[in-house]
Design a protein around this ligand. Sequence first.
Ligand code: FES
Length: 118
Amino acid sequence: MCYTAEEFTAKEGHPAIDELEQKAREQAVIENFKPACLCNKIRKGTVLKAIQAGAKTFEQVSKRTGVGTGPCGGRRCGSMVRGMLGEPVVSCGECGWPVLVGASPRVCPRCEYAKQET
Ligand code: FES
């Protein structure tokens, strides 16, 4: 979308910036609703709140939210939460789930768990 200089600098606001901010807010809401812990149905927004409240490790996030306490024992959500805590991750090419860069072997925990269940 293009704006004239007058539109962009109008006193009522900046349409392009307002639009970008709105899209960023919508994207943040969508991200917060995505799952973090599949076993316990805990969303990324819940994990993010725990991190913002001071949790610095997976164990601290687990204590505050319950992530990692499901049947898989955190095998699937561990990489998601650790990635949210700042550990380097890459996205699984198959499902998009975060995979820890330092994991050995570097396999997607979500895909591996699904294969074991079948
Ligand atoms: S996905 Fe979190 S405990 Fe299984």
